[in-house]
Design a protein around this ligand. Structure first.
Ligand SMILES: N[C@@H](CCC(=O)N[C@@H](CS)C(=O)NCC(=O)O)C(=O)O
Length: 232
């Protein structure tokens, strides 16, 4: 290998990995050149066998993993922080200490407050009247209401387009598919979903064809584009 060549950026993700997709979208938004390795996923075995690089880098044995030369990272939010410094433009955190802190909190809430409700819906698509599913859908709806309020007078969750939008876009994609759909009660949020993420466009990039194409097309493209059908 040419020793002057920049170290390659290697992303390890997986089919149906919401967290891996967050990172992939952010790398596309930043125009980074990277290789993508999709680790094994199977409906019966789950994420096994584990990829040796994932096992080596992440003691939690999860994707996403990012390798950049001697730097080896795991966790989508940690990787976001690295990407922002590696490729500052386009910025995906807003400027200003308070705005940045709010955006980071939103990104965290998407992963750790909203998405756990969606995980509870997994396997319940045929029994959405199950009390567990009903409670999860109600909690997701309350979160949608909060995001709707945030979007009053702005196009994105934290002001300018940010990692917070990417995180919630991906998490909500799963919510939509698993039964926690947005309704007409949150028109600003529905409009927001139609224009993020920007890098993917309507004809797609990096395997995310049609992500910006609205609810139905969006879900179909992500899930079926990975050769996967959820809950059917
Ligand atoms: N907090 C982590 C969550 C990562 C995560 O849950 N990854 C899942 C795929 S979406 C995984 O690798 N699961 C396999 C396992 O836990 O064995 C992040 O943000 O990266």
């Amino acid at each position: 290998m040419n020793s002057n060549a920049p170290a390659p950026l290697q992303l390890f993700s997986a089919p149906l990995s919401m967290f891996g997709a967050k990172v992939q979208i952010a790398m596309l938004e930043k125009g980074l050149d990277f290789s993508l390795t999709m680790v094994d996923f199977d409906w019966t075995r789950g994420y096994t066998p584990k990829h040796p690089e994932v096992l080596r880098v992440n003691p939690k044995r999860q994707v996403p993993v990012l390798i950049h030369g001697e730097l080896e990272l795991f966790d989508s939010t940690q990787i976001f922080e690295y990407l922002e410094e590696l490729q500052p433009q386009p910025a995906l955190w807003p400027a200003g200490i308070a705005a940045k802190a709010r955006a980071r909190l939103l990104e965290h809430q998407s992963d750790e407050v909203y998405f756990p409700h969606i995980i509870r819906l997994m396997g319940l698509q045929k029994t959405l009247d199950d009390p567990v599913a009903v409670a999860a859908i109600e909690a997701a709806s309350r979160f949608y209401d909060e995001m709707e309020t945030l979007l009053a007078g702005r196009d994105h969750l934290a002001g300018p387009y940010s990692f917070a939008d990417i995180a919630f876009f991906m998490a909500q994609l799963f919510g939509e598919r698993l039964g926690a759909s947005m309704t007409e009660d949150t028109p600003r949020l529905r409009a927001w979903r139609a224009h993020v993420p920007t890098a993917c466009g309507s004809d797609g990039g990096g395997g995310y064809g049609g992500l910006a194409g609205g609810a139905g097309a969006t879900c179909a493209c992500f899930f079926e584009g990975h050769g996967l059908v959820v809950g059917s």
